[in-house]
Design a protein around this ligand. Structure first.
Ligand SMILES: [Zn+2]
Length: 236
């Protein structure tokens, strides 16, 4: 129940020699550059997000270590045999004062993964969610750790001019990375749920359940869009 899921975005990346060495640390046999497809996931950063939470820089560094070797799950509209992507390297990159966790992922180029690779290249699989757990969620107003107690402050509200934000502190575990098919609307279809655990009631708001009809529709549209691309003549 302590799982936190955050939205992230997918960016293409070429595999050089140094990257290939890191990839081959994860494989059973060495792969050549032409055998692998690589992409980057811009995952969580240290800015306040739409849930009025922010990861601390130290937490992002800890998550980078924990995510290496983790599987990248494809959206459930994708076939199980295509679920072969993996995080081979991760790090925190600083861009304009924003620290962001970047996950570098690879998958072998096979007949089974061709559709998924096309979907990433076509921008259909361009969002993902990352699941992780933190040790503490600290209220910025009173300093109460929400994993141990519940304070009266509500994230996003102001108290005497101070915005209440939950600081996600201390990387505890990294679970899955899931690619999500999202056709047009920005931010739509992103799987989002969070749990601190501790004293907070675990399953009250049920974000995934509440959004299920919309998600199902969006995924169906994305799948249809991919099929059109695949059979529309643009696909080699
Ligand atoms: Zn508080």
């Amino acid at each position: 129940m302590d799982r936190i899921l955050k939205a992230a975005t997918v960016v293409k990346q070429a595999a050089g020699e140094a990257e290939l060495a890191l990839i081959n640390a994860q494989t059973l046999r060495p792969l050549a550059a032409e055998e692998v497809y690589t992409f980057r996931l811009a995952a969580c950063d240290d800015q306040v997000d739409r849930d009025f939470e922010r990861f601390t820089g130290e937490t992002l560094e800890g998550l980078a270590t924990l995510f290496v070797g983790k599987s990248v799950l494809m959206d459930h509209t994708w076939r199980a045999e295509s679920q072969t992507a993996r995080v081979y390297a991760a790090g925190v990159e600083d861009s304009g004062g924003v620290k962001r966790l970047i996950l570098r992922c690879y998958m072998p180029r096979t007949e089974q993964t061709a559709g998924t690779i096309t979907a990433i290249d076509a921008g259909i699989l361009r969002e993902c969610s990352v699941g992780c757990a933190v040790r503490r969620a600290i209220c910025s107003v009173c300093g109460a750790d929400q994993t141990k107690t519940c304070c009266p402050h509500i994230p996003g509200r102001e108290y005497d001019g101070q915005l209440c934000v939950m600081e996600l502190d201390g990387a505890r575990d990294a679970y899955e990375v899931s690619l999500v098919a999202v056709p047009a609307q920005p931010g739509a279809g992103v799987i989002k749920s969070k749990r601190y655990g501790g004293a907070e009631a675990p399953e009250t708001d049920g974000p995934q359940g509440a959004q299920a009809p919309d998600d199902t529709l969006l995924l169906a549209q994305a799948a249809q869009e991919l099929e059109e691309k695949r059979y529309g003549g643009n696909f080699t």
